[in-house]
Design a protein around this ligand. Structure first.
Ligand SMILES: Nc1ncnc2c1ncn2[C@@H]1O[C@H](COP(=O)(O)OP(=O)(O)OC[C@H]2O[C@@H]([n+]3cccc(C(=O)O)c3)[C@H](O)[C@@H]2O)[C@@H](O)[C@H]1O
Ligand SMILES: Nc1ncnc2c1ncn2[C@@H]1O[C@H](COP(=O)(O)OP(=O)(O)OP(=O)(O)O)[C@@H](O)[C@H]1O
Ligand SMILES: [Mg+2]
Length: 273
């Protein structure tokens, strides 16, 4: 394994093998202990029907139950945040029925996104590009989750993990904006493994990942946009040798997204030089 690969693996904390039962325990403990230390009364998370939010959602629900068993006031608020009509709404319904959240609310983000697009049009005389409108959707979901968290004195749960962090494949201050990250250090296949272990139906843990942000290409697969497969990313993060072209591409994505894995640079920082 070369030096950069080792550095990346250490930074993201990915292990070549995980014990799913242990991962569930330490991640639910982490959520519960963190909520106690923050004086928070639970958790909020958007449930899309995808793999990452199904895992983070079940962990948050389990942590809320753990807290209640210890005498604390805590609950999990699952949010459905469709933009108009979601093409895979049935997967989101299946995820909710598997998680069994304490509370479920729906907030459709379409009007808010369209409002921002309209304001942009008034200011610039043209519509937002579909790609940028996609990032507005991710940020509107962040705004919705923080509004609900504030109303319930709860924390916003994030869904970032090793395979997403290494590529920077998330919207800065959108889905990347959260208070606590229970999936972090897992790669994508480990997210699936832990989700399978907690009893999710195969349809959920085996689902092909999609950011689903584009009006012009609903359900576009992440791997198509990233130009690399999750299998390759996961192998790399487990310390295996992958195709040199794929490794070079991944390392380029890693360098390019450095700014997303830190707080905004100030005069005191020099990592960017
Ligand atoms: N070097 C630098 N130092 C500090 N800041 C820098 C910067 N370069 C850009 N920036 C800032 O960052 C912005 C670009 O970052 P960002 O707004 O995130 O935009 P960007 O990285 O271009 O787009 C987000 C990517 O994540 C994907 N995504 C988003 C949401 C969810 C999921 C999913 O898997 O579900 C995937 C999406 O498909 C797209 O490929 C720039 O507009 C600029 O403001
Ligand atoms: N339609 C939606 N409704 C509610 N939350 C959403 C929706 N789309 C995205 N999100 C939120 O944004 C996060 C980032 O999306 P992302 O696609 O990375 O994760 P996912 O959909 O849970 O899993 P996968 O990556 O396997 O598709 C989700 O985990 C979820 O919290
Ligand atoms: Mg998704």
């Amino acid at each position: 394994m070369h030096h950069l690969q080792r550095t990346i693996i250490e930074e993201l904390g990915v292990k070549p093998q995980v014990d799913p039962a242990q991962e569930v325990d330490r991640r639910t403990d982490f959520l519960a202990e963190y909520a106690k230390s923050a004086g928070a009364k639970g958790f909020v998370l958007g449930i899309s029907g995808g793999v990452d939010s199904t895992l983070a959602g079940i962990l948050a629900q389990m942590a809320a139950e753990k807290l209640r068993a210890q005498g604390y006031e805590a609950s999990f608020h699952a949010l459905r945040l469709p933009h108009g009509v979601q093409h895979d709404e049935d997967d989101a319904a299946e995820a909710l029925s598997f998680i069994g959240p304490d509370h479920t609310h729906t907030m459709n983000i379409e009007d808010a996104v369209t409002g921002m697009d309209r304001a942009f049009h008034e200011g610039f005389g043209r519509r937002l590009a579909d790609y940028h409108r996609g990032n507005v959707k991710a940020r509107m979901r962040m705004i919705a989750q923080y509004a609900v968290a504030a109303e319930h004195s709860a924390l916003v749960v994030g869904t970032d993990h090793g395979a997403e962090a290494v590529t920077g494949f998330f919207t800065k201050h959108g889905d990347g904006g959260a208070d606590v990250q229970p999936n972090f250090t897992l790669n994508k296949r480990q997210v699936r493994l832990v989700l399978q272990h907690v009893g999710a139906p195969e349809r959920l843990w085996a689902k092909p990942p999609t950011a689903d942000l584009l009006d012009e290409n609903p359900g576009q697969l992440d791997e198509v946009e990233m130009g690399i497969s999750y299998e390759q990313i996961d192998d790399y993060l487990e310390g295996r040798e992958i195709d040199p072209g794929a490794a070079a591409h991944l390392e380029k994505l890693y360098h390019r997204s450095r700014h997303k894995r830190t707080t905004a640079p100030t005069l005191l920082d020099d990592w960017w030089k």
